[in-house]
Design a protein around this ligand. Structure first.
Ligand code: MSP
Length: 535
């Protein structure tokens, strides 16, 4: 990942359409973005996590009309569902950017003026098939045999023929090709990069950035009979988000502190907008480009993209309310290799959480603290790294773990993070079984008992620390049972009691711990009676 500045990190989720309440697909990007933001906060960086909503355009206008509401009232209602979900999922966002925020209008106007001054906007006729659900014109060759959009196979595309204003994308063909060549990390993962390269190689066409018959949008500065195309407006929502709360809006002020953004996280369906249109718009306005665009895969249900138009979505709020935020966060981060599609299955969900969080992690903590109470009179076992046998398997794994896991985080390989950390946790369980501290205790080998227990507790601490960006509440419970008072949702307490990089390394467990009475940290989950148990 490009580090534009070592001290600060800005990451965005897409600005979600408010045509409906959020579904699991939108929750997925946001919980991953939060994990990334937390990873950077853990390292002591200043972080800005931007999320928000995309509220203009025909799709929203029609949805509001369908409900008999004026569009703003409709948007205000839906936004509350997003905010409630982010709270339930324990998302620490810094900015919630709404494209109907009046300050956003000022930013769009400033930006439009720059692009206009470059001579990159001109009037022309637009003809083509339009998918309102995508808010995008589609090439005839992209459509299904029945003329429907492949991403919204239940919805008809609509023929459009109107005078619009165009953005001169074609002018940026070679600048974009140079960008992709010079910064191979700009588009991730590799498969998405190849997709974009192929698309750009075919030759870039100018695209229309205004609409005639859509009233729900900002008026086009050069022709107030038209409104600004929703995507031109929405991408700039990332910039508006950079304004301080209450700050007078201007493009220069918005860009002063946090620009350029380090990472845009998006789903693969909106790759072109972010990896082609957006950098071209920024080049036109003479602005530095973001660090990277990562296009992740789709969540599918029974092999189909979860989408509102297909009606196969899952209510993320219900899932969080039933199983808890850490459970939901852990499942998606561990189960789906970031960048690939992943299927959701509730039986598997429950199975994985019980196996990893309840059994491997939770039981290990519980049984170890139980033994500390019994065999060490509740005092911290004494066995610093230096006193551990060189062949102590936990020490060997633990010493190598930090570098491995931090590298995996930097590469956004979260499933790898979980795999590496749980290799240590499972080794902890095995080590206890192999060394049987209860027998060592009976034989009077107190030093050996303490070495075993110390190294297991240190494994648990290290695992909790490295997993804190993913399961902050559970990590907090583990740290607190080990005698710390910090909370992984409260960054000053983390900086004070578990500073980075020390705590990401093996050997930090304090020898003078006062343990809280052991308590189960994660209760086994039960499948609801109505769960779909088909494989
Ligand atoms: N409003 C635009 C984004 C503008 S960004 C300046 C938009 N909104 S969306 O609500 O339709 O989609 C938001 C994100 O959710 C996209 O990244 C999309 O890929 C993602 N997902 C929608 N369905 C999804 C799944 N089934 N699985 C994973 N992500 C999915 O596009």
């Amino acid at each position: 990942m490009v580090d534009l500045s070592p001290h600060r990190f800005t990451v965005t989720t897409p600005l979600y359409y408010v045509n409906d309440v959020p579904h699991l697909g939108s929750a997925y990007t946001t919980l991953v973005a939060d994990t990334i933001a937390r990873f950077h906060r853990l390292q002591g960086q200043d972080v800005l996590l931007i999320t928000g909503t995309d509220e203009h355009g025909q799709k929203i206008q029609r949805t509001a009309e369908g409900k008999g509401l004026d569009p703003q009232t409709h948007c205000d209602q839906i936004v509350q569902h997003f905010e409630a979900l982010w709270q339930a999922l324990n998302i620490q966002y810094d900015r919630f950017s709404r494209t109907t925020d009046p300050r956003h209008g000022a930013i769009v106007k400033d930006f439009f003026a720059r692009v206009w001054a470059q001579g990159d906007i001109y009037p022309a006729r637009q003809q083509g098939w339009y998918c309102v659900a995508c808010e995008e014109f589609k090439e005839e060759r992209e459509l299904l045999a029945d003329g429907h959009c492949p991403l919204h196979p239940t919805l008809k595309t609509e023929w459009r023929d109107e005078e619009n204003y165009f953005f001169r994308l074609s002018r940026y063909q070679s600048a974009l090709e140079q960008l992709y060549a010079e910064r191979p990390d700009f588009i991730q993962p590799e498969s998405r990069r190849n997709e974009v390269l192929k698309f750009v190689q075919q030759g870039l066409q100018d695209f229309s950035i205004s609409r005639v018959n859509v009233s729900w949008g900002f008026p086009l500065p050069c022709d107030v009979e038209q409104t600004i195309y929703v995507w031109f407006d929405a991408l700039l929502g990332y910039v508006t988000a950079l304004l301080e709360p209450g700050e007078e809006p201007s493009l220069d002020r918005a860009l002063a502190q946090w620009w350029p953004i380090n990472l845009h996280l998006i789903g693969k369906d909106i790759l072109r907008f972010h990896a082609v249109y957006w950098p071209a718009m920024l080049l036109s306005a003479g602005l530095p480009l973001p660090g990277a665009v990562f296009g992740h895969g789709f969540l599918t249900k029974d092999g189909h993209k979860m989408s509102k138009s297909l009606g196969n979505t899952l209510d993320p709020l219900a899932l969080v309310q039933r199983y808890g935020s850490d459970a939901v966060r852990y499942y998606f981060v561990k189960e789906i290799e970031f960048g690939r599609d992943g299927d959701f299955n509730e039986v598997r969900f429950v199975h994985i959480l019980n196996a990893d969080l309840a059994n491997d992690l939770g039981n290990l903590l519980n049984r170890t603290l139980g033994m500390v109470k019994k065999y060490c009179q509740g005092q911290a076992p004494q066995a610093t790294t230096a006193e551990q046998a060189p062949d102590n398997p936990l020490r060997i794994l633990g010493l190598a773990l930090s570098e491995k896991v931090l590298t995996a985080y930097h590469h956004l390989a979260f499933h790898q993070v979980c795999e590496d950390v749980f290799a240590l946790v499972r080794a902890g369980n095995k080590y206890i079984d192999d060394r049987a501290p209860w027998s060592l205790f009976k034989m009077g080998q107190q030093a050996a008992v303490e070495e075993v227990l110390y190294s297991v507790l240190e494994s648990l601490r290290l695992a909790a620390y490295l997993l804190a960006p993913i399961i902050p509440n559970l990590s907090t419970k583990i740290y607190q049972q080990l005698g710390f008072t910090l909370d992984f949702n409260d960054w000053p307490s983390v900086a004070q009691q578990a500073p980075f990089p020390q705590h990401s390394q093996w050997g930090q467990f304090p020898l003078n711990s006062h343990f809280a009475p052991p308590q189960p940290i994660f209760s086994r989950l039960e499948l609801p009676a109505d769960a779909d148990v088909s494989p």
